[in-house]
Design a protein around this ligand. Structure first.
Ligand code: BES
Ligand code: MN
Length: 455
């Protein structure tokens, strides 16, 4: 049940939509790349912008700089609240205002920091991840205005893309500002721009640096090649030892899961091929449903490799190399455990007795939704009304590691993971974009959800 009629919600959302798009466009122009320094002026300006926009929709928002566990200055966070009725439930709205870097602007079709509308999508870095989440919350609060019947708390984070290093001390120091009955994390996405979803699970994430050394110093490749394999080749052998012939990981101790709550519909291979931009001849790795491979089974990606660039290469056998591995873990596996399993495997598979040394890096836990939570039903109903079609729940292969932390600190809170993304959004990649019809329907859905939670 809602107090407001869907037609009223939709007409308010339509009338307000140009303003929302303008806010999102100005947000994109702020270049809030957290990898360029969480404590930078650009991050403070972005946080202040978000706080001002929240003020305009009635949220008493302010910027607070967090502290890292080691006591150094942390991210610029935006916190705020809007109270309706002390007896009504409290809903915490989450999004993040930091964005991923743009290492190569030239490969974008439009300027990454100038919001540009093309064919019903708004392009720009952070248009979706997670400027879209901020736009959804601001839009929904504007739609409800003084008809709001739940108490709202808002947290817009400034360091999500950096793994939220100061998150735990921050929530511990601001417990009252987070304590809530329902938490809406708008940092994931929908099945498609037209079909809404709750996110049922997220993978965890852990990473490590692996150094492979074969020589104490580089040597002539003609003189020793044949007996001494170069460090890059040895590292490649080490990497391939993790896979069987079908491209499935064979590392013992890495847990594989299945889609949470059962698979409503498997991903369509042709669509995933198209959306991922994979070359025509490529054969997908792994076995089982495509959804399980992308959402709930582990995966390893080599995200960095220290090697001689081709243009400056010469005939020498590399003495050592270093790679960075990013491991996505099944939603329920502790990342420390997965990290240990992978590390043990790599040490045991050192090719030709090369020296392998490991430097473990950050760990982030995965998450699985509680399908029985009351708010889940309200959210699905609101999505169905807003989009006019039955929602299809989905898992996600990406990670939002603070969710299990929030759940641990506020065990009674029901967490709903929603968001602005769809498979065409290109989050973290060139030509990131948000579907404008999807954004508008997401705003209607969140307004309806908040309205239902107040009934
Ligand atoms: N919004 C993403 C998480 C996500 C990705 C949700 C894909 C749904 C689909 C989030 O901003 C993100 O990228 N998180 C990082 C976390 C990491 C820094 C620990 C990730 O997944 O790489
Ligand atoms: Mn995000």
């Amino acid at each position: 049940m809602t107090a407001l009629h869907i037609d009223e919600v939709r007409s308010r959302a339509d009338a307000d939509f140009p303003r929302v798009v303008d806010v999102l466009s100005r947000k994109i122009a702020l270049k809030s790349v957290s990898a360029q320094g969480i404590t930078g002026e650009h991050m403070r300006r972005s946080a202040e912008f978000v706080a001002r926009e929240l003020h305009k929709v009635g949220v008493d928002a302010h910027v607070v700089q967090s502290s890292n566990p080691d006591g150094t200055a942390g991210a610029y966070e935006v916190v705020g609240s809007k109270n309706a009725d002390p007896n009504a439930p409290t809903v915490l709205l989450y999004a993040h205002h930091d964005v991923q870097p743009v290492p190569e602007p030239s490969v974008w079709d439009t300027d990454p920091f100038t919001a540009t509308e093309v064919d019903g999508r708004l392009y720009g870095r952070g248009s979706c991840d997670d400027g879209g989440g901020i736009a959804i919350h601001c839009g929904a609060l504007a739609v409800l205005g003084s008809d709001l019947r739940v108490n709202i708390k808002v947290f817009i984070e400034g360091e999500e893309e950096m793994g939220s290093p100061s998150f735990i001390p921050f929530i511990e120091a601001h417990r009252d500002e987070f304590d809530s009955d329902v938490i809406v994390v708008a940092d994931s996405g929908n099945w498609s721009a037209d079909i809404p979803s709750l996110t049922t699970s997220l993978r965890g994430n852990t990473s490590m640096d692996v150094t492979v050394r074969v020589l104490r110093h580089p040597v002539h490749s003609g003189q020793y090649g044949g007996a001494v394999l170069d460090a890059n080749t040895l590292a490649s052998m080490l990497v391939s030892s993790m896979y069987d012939g079908q491209g499935s990981l064979i590392v013992p101790g890495l847990v594989s899961g299945e889609p949470v709550g059962g698979l409503q519909r498997d991903l369509d291979e042709a669509t995933v091929r198209e959306d991922s931009s994979v070359v025509d001849s490529y054969v997908f790795a792994g076995i089982g449903s495509l959804a399980s491979r992308l959402w709930t089974k582990p995966s390893v990606t080599v995200i960095g490799w220290d090697a001689q660039p081709v243009d400056t290469s010469f005939n020498v056998i590399a003495d050592a190399t270093r790679i960075r591995l990013s491991l996505r873990t099944a939603p329920g596996q502790r990342p420390e455990e997965a990290q240990r399993a992978l590390g043990d495997f790599l040490l045991a598979h050192a090719p030709h007795g090369a020296e392998v040394t490991l430097t473990p890096l950050e760990n982030g836990m995965g998450w699985a939704m509680n399908p029985d939570a009351e708010a889940t039903k309200d959210a699905l109903e609101a999505m169905k009304q807003a989009f006019g079609v039955e929602p299809i729940n989905k898992g996600e292969g990406g990670s939002i590691p603070f969710i299990p932390e929030l759940q641990r600190l506020f065990p009674k809170a029901q967490v709903l993971v929603t968001g602005p993304e769809d498979p065409k959004s290109n989050a973290h990649s060139p030509n990131e974009s948000i579907s404008l019809s999807g954004l508008r329907n997401n705003i209607v859905a969140e307004a309806l959800l908040l309205d239902k939670l107040g009934c």
